[in-house]
Design a protein around this ligand. Structure first.
Ligand code: PMT
Length: 398
């Protein structure tokens, strides 16, 4: 039996309240068999002690760039040379700014600059800091430099405010690292994904839309990238950041989504329709805002093209995966949809549980019947689904 090679990670911790999660993350990484070397900034040591991290990693913790314990005095070089990746969790706004500008004025920033291995960051900060134009620029720079960004998440923050900026949970980060080390099953495969809602204009300011947040589709795009696929993500209006490495195409209406898919469907191997596409649009949207004084308003709605049905009926269709959100009779309606659209695989979920939420429950329908995935967060489900798709796609293309 061939033995898995030992994986080595430098876990860099910067100053932020989310530093407490780094202890659990370290425990999970060690449990996965990863050899972890911890390096902490001075600010990080105010939130969690090096002693805790030493106890959990079983290795000395590096905090000082002038540490004399390395025989050649070059901790900043030696640490990254022995590592398969550096993971910064939490990565504060300040540390992200340093990375974006190539600053190196402490051990952790110096070892990041001197690295010869991939760098992964898990941002953690207040929502206003995350939304600040300077942080947006810095994150864009990191992505352009090939740094992998995991998260952040949306939710209640330590400061009591609510929004984007919370570090991913330790479990999610540990899964991200496990995915990073996994062999890439879909290397060289082109995957086209639709996500989010569509918006059908009624007039200059009003429209018909739905509550799809895009979370499920974006998580699937992330999981596909982790499997080595080339991903194009055609997205309706959402507040989400596109996963690093995905080619994003922003659309508003179903007609625009249809155009974007039509242009690319012939060139993809797998198509996954996660978007909640409006079935109808307003026949004649008004260019001006409709005045209330006009009395009763009657809208004429005309059907939108079915994007998924179009792709599935191409002469040489890609491997097509559809979604169905039903509010009742999920098993019956989802299988009906799969057959009607002649899909090899359809993913069913309950609308009231799935739409807008962080967690979900999926049931997979194919020719062999149905298969339920456990209740979990959307990224975990996306990873399980992607494994299933990879298996089915490999089988179909043999
Ligand atoms: O975005 P989130 O908040 O994370 O929520 C995720 C989700 C609930 C939107 C997602 O998991 C989901 O179920 N998406 C499909 C929504 C739906 O009910 O679709 P549908 O039953 O209307 O359509 C079935 C399939 O045909 C879907 O793959 C859809 O993308 C596609 N379709 C539908 C209509 C149309 N005109 N064109 C299409 O391509």
């Amino acid at each position: 039996m061939t033995q898995e090679p030992t994986r080595r990670i430098v876990l860099g911790i910067t100053g932020g309240i989310a530093a407490y999660k780094a202890a659990e993350l370290l425990r999970l990484l060690v449990k996965q068999g990863v050899e972890v070397q911890v390096a902490m900034t001075e600010a990080a040591c105010r939130f969690i002690t090096p002693t805790t991290m030493q106890g959990l990693s079983g290795n000395p913790v590096f905090t000082d760039q002038w540490d004399a314990s390395m025989p050649n005095g070059m901790a900043h070089i030696n640490l990254s040379r022995a590592a398969d990746a550096i993971l910064i969790a939490p990565a504060s706004a300040d540390f992200i700014a340093k990375l974006a500008h190539g600053l190196a004025n402490d051990l952790l920033s110096t070892l990041c600059l001197a690295r010869n291995c991939p760098l992964i960051v898990a941002p953690a900060m207040n929502r206003e800091m995350w939304l600040n134009a300077a942080t947006r620029r810095n994150i864009a720079q990191l992505l352009a430099d090939g740094v992998q960004v995991l998260g952040p998440d949306c939710g209640v923050q330590a400061c009591g405010e609510e929004g984007m900026g919370r570090m991913l949970e330790a479990e999610q980060l540990a899964q991200g690292i496990a995915a990073f080390f996994k062999p890439k099953r879909l290397l060289g495969t082109k995957i086209l994904i639709t996500a989010g809602p569509t918006y059908e204009a009624i007039d200059a300011v009003r429209g018909i839309t739905n509550r799809s947040s895009g979370k499920m589709g974006y998580a699937i795009a992330q999981a596909a990238l982790e499997q080595g696929a080339e991903v194009v993500l055609v997205s309706g209006l959402t507040a989400l950041v596109k996963p690093q490495g995905a080619q994003g195409v922003d659309v508003v209406s179903a007609a625009q989504m249809f155009d974007a898919v039509k242009q690319r469907a012939g060139d993809c191997d797998i198509f996954i329709g996660v978007a909640a596409v409006a079935d109808y649009r307003v026949a004649q949207p008004s260019e001006q805002k409709i005045k209330k004084s006009a009395g009763t308003l009657t809208l004429e709605l005309v059907p939108n093209p079915d994007i998924l049905a179009y792709v599935a009926s191409l002469p040489k269709p890609p491997f097509c995966v559809g979604f169905a959100a039903e509010s009742e009779n999920l098993m019956e309606y989802a299988e009906q949809k799969r057959r009607a659209k002649k899909l090899p695989l359809l993913v069913g979920n309950l609308a009231q549980q799935a739409i807008g939420s962080d967690d979900n429950e999926l049931v997979l329908f194919d020719d062999s019947g149905s298969h339920a995935l456990p209740h979990a967060d959307k990224l975990t489900l996306a990873r399980l689904l992607m494994q299933h798709i990879a298996q089915r796609y490999e089988g179909a293309s043999k």
